[in-house]
Write a protein that binds this ligand. Structure first.
Ligand code: FAD
Length: 399
């Protein structure tokens, strides 16, 4: 049997390497091995202090696991209130959460419609999301699915085959788009799917000519009533955990908000449709764009912050309007640095999932912000992130 004082759900096991005894910073004289891992049990409310203490002693935390009956029952861990004394022969078993999630992945619909036999859906609506003064075009599109059996989950994507042929006279290839609606669709009848699409426009690097992306232009100009070829759904990377008490951290730039709209609608707007998923955790979204009129779904998001102040936080990084602490443009990574301590604390919790979606390249800045947070506690971010990925708690979809 576990000791009930340490076996509760809010006790964690730190695996630490490289600890040295330092008379100047810690007066305890317990024996410590200079090499190999030591394991320290830490109650949730002492996690940050303990990290700082370990850092002072030159230690590096290589893993943090919740204390379970499997990794705590042998009593070989050392409570965080004192210095670690025991080197374990074996590592504690890894978290079970990741395994459960993989099991759960078996029920995910994938490739119900393939490119050689796509579903032909009708465009029901096509609305501009960028307000006056903003840059570019981003459209919210809704397609009818009632004539087939295309089902999907929040966080998945569908493929679109644009009309026409490429420069070699061949049919265009599919492009993927993150689904922006919940499984119930925007009309809550399980018969639609919605996308959030930015029209790609760029200057040709050699000719200087303006080039319009094939599929994004096709979609942005699509008339209600038009047929559209849809494939999929695909994707298992960005799924929400089933746990209604989870902490969900979302970081989006531009249309990267699409899966998070689906998440947030599921968590907050469609409670009646999901009796088995009554969200009680914390959702925190960081959204980055150039100008205020480019904040997608702004009114609905802000309404959610009003309705659910304890469960939903929204942090904008508006690069051309806001300034970061050093007077430069405000990007998502600057907001991460500002909130580093809190984010770091949240990420320690075994039921916290972090999702990144949007432009390729945004990950670099986020890693920079997280490195700064982790290093304060003597943790190497790259190592820690690897562990989060292994536990399926760090989810990235950039394009
Ligand atoms: P294309 O005609 O295919 O042109 C794209 C090509 O143009 C690029 O490959 C590159 O060669 C070139 N190019 C692009 N920019 C430049 C530049 N600045 N300078 C020089 N050359 C350039 N998009 C969304 O809008 N919303 C979404 O929710 C979304 N979700 C996605 C989810 C996933 C999993 C993936 C993989 C992609 C997603 N995309 C999304 C992107 C989308 O799939 C398309 O790539 C995008 O719409 C552009 O396609 P296009 O046919 O318009 O452009």
């Amino acid at each position: 049997m576990n000791n009930p004082s340490v076996a509760g759900s809010r006790v964690f096991v730190y695996e630490v390497v490289g600890l040295r005894q330092n008379e100047a910073t810690d007066k305890t004289n317990s024996p410590i091995r200079r090499s190999g891992s030591v394991f320290i049990t830490v109650p949730y409310n002492r996690m940050n202090q303990e990290m700082q203490r370990i850092a002072r002693m030159g230690g590096k935390i290589v893993s943090i696991q919740p204390l379970t009956s499997e990794n705590g029952a042998n009593g070989k861990t050392t409570p965080g209130s004192g210095l670690p004394e025991t080197k374990l022969e074996e590592n504690p078993k890894p978290m079970t959460q990741a395994k459960e999630k993989t099991e759960h992945k078996k029920d995910i619909p994938v490739n119900l419609y393939r490119p050689n036999a796509p579903y032909i859906g009708k465009c029901l609506s096509n609305q501009e999301l960028v307000r006056e003064g903003g840059e570019g075009t981003v459209r919210h599109l809704k397609f009818d699915l009632s004539a087939g059996n295309l089902r999907y989950l929040e966080g998945q994507s569908i493929g679109i085959i644009p009309e026409g042929t490429d420069k070699n006279g061949k049919p265009h290839k599919i492009r993927l788009y993150s689904i922006a609606s919940t499984r119930h669709g925007d009309d809550l009848d399980d018969k639609t799917v919605s996308l959030c699409v930015r029209q790609l426009v760029y200057k040709h690097p050699e000719t200087g000519e303006q080039v319009f992306g094939v599929c994004s232009t096709y979609l942005c100009n699509l008339e209600p009533g038009a047929d559209v070829k849809i494939t999929g759904p695909v994707g298992k990377e960005m799924l929400l955990p089933d746990d209604p008490e989870a902490t969900i951290i979302m970081m989006a730039t531009g249309t990267g908000i699409a899966p998070f709209r689906a998440f947030l609608w599921r968590m907050f707007k469609e409670k009646e449709q999901n009796p088995d998923y009554q969200f009680k955790g914390l959702a925190w979204m960081f959204f980055g764009c150039a100008y205020t009129p480019n904040i997608l779904y702004k009114d609905q998001l802000e309404e959610l912050t009003q309705q659910y102040p304890d469960n939903f936080r929204l942090t904008y990084a508006i690069s051309r309007e806001q300034k970061n602490a050093s007077g430069g443009k405000m990007y998502i990574q600057d907001r991460i640095k500002e909130n580093a301590d809190q984010l770091w604390e949240l990420i320690q919790k075994p039921n916290t999932h972090t999702y990144i979606c949007g432009l390729k390249g945004m990950e670099g800045g986020i890693d920079e912000g997280m490195s700064a947070a982790a290093s304060k506690f003597g943790v190497n971010w790259a190592d820690y992130q690897k562990q989060l990925k292994k536990q399926e708690r760090w989810h990235v979809e950039t394009y």
